[in-house]
Design a protein. Structure first.
Length: 135
């Protein structure tokens, strides 16, 4: 909530920084997204959004891995191997948006949807959904 109003941005930045510095992977991710999306004069000791997203991803936040990959995802063409690995890591962490993006990569590559590929695709989706699709 603090990030919604410009008058509370300082409080949001301080809260997420403290949480990130104490080991909250998701706080690092949210801090990275906040720094990336809010245009302002930098706060003292502010780091790049990439630094915060990397911390989130490295500490196990699948959403952090996705947003880190998203920064380098090309609009057209194939992603780099590093981006692909981040998407896979995020999908393995059950972040549905990463699984959907990974599915588009496989479709663009015209890769067969064998078990190895379909498993990550379905990781973020309820089994009942797949039952309805496959019937």
């Amino acid at each position: 909530r603090l990030s919604k109003s410009k008058s509370t941005w300082d409080d949001a930045y301080l809260a997420w920084t403290k949480a990130c510095n104490t080991g909250s992977a998701n706080a690092c991710t949210q801090l990275g997204r906040f720094v990336d999306s809010h245009k302002h004069d930098p706060w003292p000791e502010e780091q790049s959004s990439t630094t915060y997203l990397t911390q989130g991803c490295e500490h196990g936040d699948a959403e952090g891995c996705y947003w880190l990959a998203h920064k380098d995802m090309p609009q057209k063409g194939q992603p780099s191997e590093a981006v692909y690995v981040l998407l896979q890591r995020s999908c393995d962490g059950n972040y549905g948006l990463a699984c959907a993006t990974l599915a588009h990569v496989h479709l663009d590559r015209r890769t067969n949807f064998d078990d190895e590929i379909a498993l990550p695709l379905g990781a973020g989706i309820q089994p009942l959904f797949w039952t309805r699709i496959l019937m």
